[in-house]
Write a protein that binds this ligand. Structure first.
Ligand SMILES: NC(=O)c1ccc[n+]([C@@H]2O[C@H](COP(=O)([O-])OP(=O)(O)OC[C@H]3O[C@@H](n4cnc5c(N)ncnc54)[C@H](OP(=O)(O)O)[C@@H]3O)[C@@H](O)[C@H]2O)c1
Length: 252
């Protein structure tokens, strides 16, 4: 099957590419670095020639509410239009569990992403995932100042990006796949505690401090478990500790 992956070089996109290539599919990698821009639309129609399914794993470079909402809404409109004219059968979108009540930042943008896709002509399947185990790496990159990482108070049920990619690949290929699915890891966690485990394996930063800023929009939602999976969600391993052991083996 000819399948295009938007965001093919990203954290989740490259895993989807790998899974689908291993299954023998013909993968079209869509990124700006490969000359296709889904925001401006440049090169998009040509890239979708002969494509049967599009998987959208794109990300925005901003968390400013207005900019990220505009980015994802525009991307979805462009992909829908180009997909419809190329005769694409379905679009599979990776989104995020629990975002319905969020009003700001990346999560508000993802809601706009979903809604703009659902308004288009090509059928859309949405896999809402929990934060990835790899999100702890992003947390350290974003929040470390000196010898301390300042991680926001978040309840989450971290899941491996590779596992999410396997389900996205199934949704791309399987003719009878579900229209909506949620996928999370096996256990609810505190994001700062998980990030502290990663910091300890890496040997830096020395401290991970949990911070709660009432001025941050939606901070209570994140702290009180809005991002945790609902009762019908797929809950699947590896656990965060098993993922850590695999990617950051403890020194012996
Ligand atoms: N990280 C998590 O914990 C998590 C959890 C659940 C869902 N998600 C969702 O997963 C999606 C992907 O996240 P990620 O962390 O894997 O992303 P990422 O690592 O930041 O990668 C983003 C990808 O998008 C491409 N891209 C960006 N702008 C583009 C444009 N205008 N045209 C074409 N390609 C473009 C990038 O390549 P170029 O720069 O070369 O264009 C790159 O391949 C996001 O929508 C996010 O909400 C993430």
């Amino acid at each position: 099957m000819r399948i295009a992956i938007v965001g093919a070089s990203g954290r989740i996109g490259r895993e989807v590419v790998d899974v689908l290539k291993n299954q023998g599919h013909d993968v079209v990698a869509i990124t700006r670095s490969s000359g296709v821009d889904v925001y401006t639309g440049q090169g998009l129609e040509r890239a979708l020639t002969g494509v049967e399914v599009v998987v959208d794993a794109v990300n925005a470079a901003t968390t400013d509410t207005e900019a990220v909402t505009e980015f994802f809404g525009t991307v979805a409109g462009n992909v829908q239009r180009a997909a419809a004219s190329a005769g694409v059968r379905r679009i599979v979108l990776v989104s995020i569990i629990g975002i319905d009540a969020f009003t700001a930042g990346h999560y508000a943008g993802k809601l706009a992403h979903e809604r703009a896709y659902l308004a288009g002509p090509v059928p859309v399947r949405i896999l809402r995932a929990a934060q990835f185990h790899e999100f702890t790496e992003m947390m350290l990159d974003w929040t470390t100042r000196g010898d301390t990482a300042y991680v926001p108070e978040v309840r989450t049920q971290l899941v491996a990006a590779r596992t999410v990619a396997e389900y996205l690949a199934d949704l791309a290929v399987d003719e009878s796949g579900a229209e909506r699915l949620e996928i999370a890891g096996p256990e609810a966690l505190n994001l700062a505690a998980a990030t502290a485990k990663l910091a300890s394996r890496r040997g830096a930063p020395a401290r991970v401090t949990e911070v709660s800023d009432p001025a941050t929009p939606d901070h209570r939602l994140q702290a009180e478990g809005a991002l945790l999976p609902g009762p019908g969600a797929i809950r699947t391993g590896p656990t965060f500790d098993a993922w850590l052991d695999q990617h950051y083996p403890a020194a012996r």
